[in-house]
Ligand binder design. Sequence first.
Ligand code: ATP
Length: 377
Amino acid sequence: MAGISLRDIRKTFRDTPVLHGVSLDIADGEFLTLVGPSGCGKTTLLRIIAGLETQDAGDVFIGQTMVDDLPPKARDVAMVFQSYALYPYMTVAQNIGLPLEMRRLSMLQRLPGVGRLVPGTRTARAAIDTDVKVVAEGLGIGHLLARRPAQLSGGQRQRVALARAMVRRPKAFLMDEPLSNLDAKMRVQARTEISELHRSLGSTFVYVTHDQAEAMTMSDRVAVMMGGHLLQIAPPQVIYDDPQDLAVATFIGTPEINTLPGRVGNDGRVEVAGQSSPIQVAAAPGTEVTVAIRPEALMLATPASASEIAIGGTIRHVEMLGAETLLHVIAGSVTKPLVARVEPSVGARLKMGGPITLVAQADRLLVFGKDGKRIAQ
Ligand code: ATP
């Protein structure tokens, strides 16, 4: 087992910079997820850790060792790919055992008399078979060892790929969107299984996804990447409740966080929806800001909420989702409808096109400057 450290990693493909100096410390045994929109550089960063891509500048450490000059197989990390990369003509057992078989062959090559019967070979084979069986049974695919990948479901293939990564007990697992070929239901189940696997192995996991739900549910910490920069690294709930960047606030959370234009008043308080909020910020009066609020912090007005920020509007759509209802509300000059998450019983009483007053919980308002950075409150 080992932690992973990245120091100022830079990479340019042809003339396009893809990573702009990424530094990151991943603790031994941590589950860290790199999340961000397509093309932000997540896969490139993971491939650099694995040694499948070479950085232009910066260093990678696995454990205490700088691995910049080590080839992938000497880094002792296992990569699980989106495509699973299984060999179609091999059985499940052969696919899983492949890393051990390769290690056995490379050891044999170092012995004199290659090609002849080498003492101990049979024992090594038997040991591989045992290891393959133990790992496969642990993942619930012990009964599939004789099949070929084409005879498996997507979920079973994904487990074979995991088993192949696990069989040589690497220091760390690097996973690149390993669930993206599964249907929605299988994906939710596989999330739980990967979390359990992480807990039982206790190894370092670096997981790449563009699916924020995956990132939020499995990780100890989430690293949000955009345009080749790491914007924020924090536990999932902190990323959700306390984003330090508007791009992070917008990327994480479904439905998307609501945003409203605001400005800093003469008394230093943020004015939003034509009202002065209790929020005092460290910015000059007159500064234009963006005020963001999560859908569950927007509620229907009640007499008790008089002191909160009230936002009048028209109901555009009532979206009943069973466990919750989303109200889409057109409010004043805000071009994008605001979304409030309310109890289904509340939603059932409301009519499309009707007037509504929402209140924003003042202590849940997040204030961002023109550069997208959070302004201290
Ligand atoms: P996705 O979620 O779509 O896989 P990503 O965040 O993993 O995206 P990368 O695959 O790291 O992004 O790619 C980052 C950028 O680098 C993209 O613009 C991509 O087109 C470019 N890129 C990646 N690999 C190469 C390559 N070998 N040659 C040229 N450009 C590349």
